[in-house]
Design a protein. Structure first.
Ligand SMILES: Nc1ncnc2c1ncn2[C@@H]1O[C@H](COP(=O)(O)OP(=O)(O)OP(=O)(O)O)[C@@H](O)[C@H]1O
Ligand SMILES: [Mg+2]
Length: 265
């Protein structure tokens, strides 16, 4: 039957990325089916952010090919950018945005709509619904972004990405500073986006609170260690290859869980 052709959200082939003499990613290939939820895991400096930035064309790559929904990212920069929602790693975000939380989200929408456009009632409703879906408490909506707590800032940044209704949402460590209960709730919400035809790629150090929502994991340490389902990837052998001896693995209900020594605070 036509129309049943399975789509690929991201296809990375033989990717090499370097910073000067330093080879940050070496011969990375993997393919993210659409719609799906993929986690990218690996120790500090593994090249996770580098990979995400290469997919978004925020940095160039030396060799290889990246396609997003079949579009070569080098040849279709702006189309690809419009298909992807991006929540950058918090260290990379300018924290002193001098506007209210809800306006951070609204501004993203206005930028997309172009100059001279005014927000409609519907735009405002969409902003509210994005802020609700990330569980930002009401009393924080009118606070200045810079006055929010770390976890609240993170929620606003996620809302800013989803309000643009991307077909692929890439989040780089979105849960740093977010408590475990909110992590689970937001992840539950993100995985519902999959049912609406949105693929999710999430860079994370702590897979445990979200593993039930993950279809595939890319385990990385400059090279690809493994790509596959959590059960396939989270083996003691793979995790030791990625993290060295600091990893402890707990087997529970047929799945392996990693307790990783070097993870972020
Ligand atoms: N702009 C840059 N110039 C030079 N080297 C860089 C640059 N950005 C990253 N690197 C190096 O590339 C490697 C991969 O960095 P990257 O930020 O992709 O790692 P990461 O897996 O995201 O780590 P973390 O878990 O700490 O966020 C590191 O060794 C880093 O020092
Ligand atoms: Mg990073």
């Amino acid at each position: 039957m036509p129309g049943l052709r399975s789509e690929t959200a991201v296809d990375v082939r033989n990717l090499y990325v370097s910073y000067g003499d330093y080879l940050a990613l070496e011969n990375i290939s993997f393919s993210v089916p659409h719609p799906s939820v993929t986690a990218i895991m690996g120790p500090n400096g593994a090249g996770k952010t580098t990979l995400v930035r290469a997919i978004l064309r925020l940095i160039d790559f030396d060799e290889g090919e990246i396609k997003v929904f079949g579009l070569d990212v080098r040849e279709n920069e702006s189309e690809v950018r419009n298909l992807i929602g991006y929540v950058p790693q918090r260290e990379r975000v300018r924290e002193h945005i001098p506007v209210r939380a809800k306006d951070v989200v609204l501004l993203a929408k206005m930028v997309r709509l172009g100059p001279l456009s005014l927000p409609t009632k519907r735009d405002i409703e969409e902003v509210k619904s994005a802020l609700k879906s990330v569980l930002l408490p009401r009393e924080a909506w009118n606070k200045k972004f810079s006055d929010l707590s770390g976890g609240q800032k993170q929620k606003v940044l996620i809302a800013r990405a989803i309000v643009l209704k991307p077909k692929l949402l890439i989040l780089d460590e979105p849960f740093s500073g977010v408590d475990t209960v909110s992590q689970r709730e937001i992840m539950g919400f993100l995985s519902k986006l999959k049912d609406k035809g949105i693929s999710i790629i999430i860079v994370t150090h702590d897979i445990n609170p979200i593993v039930e929502h993950i279809d595939n994991i890319l385990l990385l340490n400059r090279r690809k260690i493994a790509f596959g389902t959590p059960q396939e990837v989270l083996t003691k052998e793979n995790l030791s290859k990625a993290y060295g001896i600091s990893v402890k693995v707990i087997v529970h209900g047929g799945a392996c869980y990693a307790i990783i020594g070097d993870r972020h605070a």
